[in-house]
Design a protein around this ligand. Sequence first.
Ligand SMILES: [Zn+2]
Length: 286
Amino acid sequence: MRRILLLLLVGLLLCGCAPMAEESDHRKQDFLAAESRSPEELALLAKKTVLLDAGHGFEDPGCEYPDNGIIERELNLLLTQKIASALRAHGVTVILTHNGESFPGREDLDSLASEKGYDLTAYLHALISAYSGREGDALENTVTAFGQGVNGDGVYDTFERAYYANLQGGDLFVSVHINASGTNAYAVGSDLFVCGDTPHGEASSALMASMKASLCYAFPARRVGAREDGWDNAFVVTKYTDMPAILVEAGFASNDEDAKLLTDPAWQDAFAVAVAEGIEMYLLGY
Ligand SMILES: [Zn+2]
């Protein structure tokens, strides 16, 4: 019981939109309250490239709650396009991992890699041996598992998305998803996930802090969870991407109230702007 109480307390500390106290948090609040970007900020943003990934897609629908009007594949793409528009409006270059119509296959990726002189195997070896604690056969198996991205069956594998992102290069990576709980219809709110065990772990956590501050500012009553995972528990797209990376779960398709928000165009716009503001705040160093 004490353990459960402790977990609840930790959960509240991590998840609540608590009032901010520190100096950097004041700077974040000032940034979020500003009505427009300054010319200096716009000049900086014009030099930045953001990779956006609409989770799932093609033959992989993600979570499906047709009674709530949600097919994750479609909603992820819609939200991603809205986030892209908000960023482009401030001059940020945006690259999508896919547009819902086609995606790069493994052969496309490998030929792009040889064009660019990108050595995937060398990159994976260095990353996995430095951050996963694996060596010998375990290390080789993890490298091989990455290479076994599903090919030709209509699925755009998460390994392939990370590979594509690394080939494109960029200042940060955001994967957009919709959450669902099969067991708890009351689970609500947005959730943010990063991997601490990469060369970009600290930067990813700073990106997460900016994103959380922005979502809490836009939706003060909403639960916003933020979690830094270690190597073994982290999502593929947050640990194999060679740049600060975050996975954003916008809300729960399995919850009726959250589903109403997720399918409301005005809420979608506000959510997309809040995500874009979190990204810009991080890029500008607030
Ligand atoms: Zn998903």
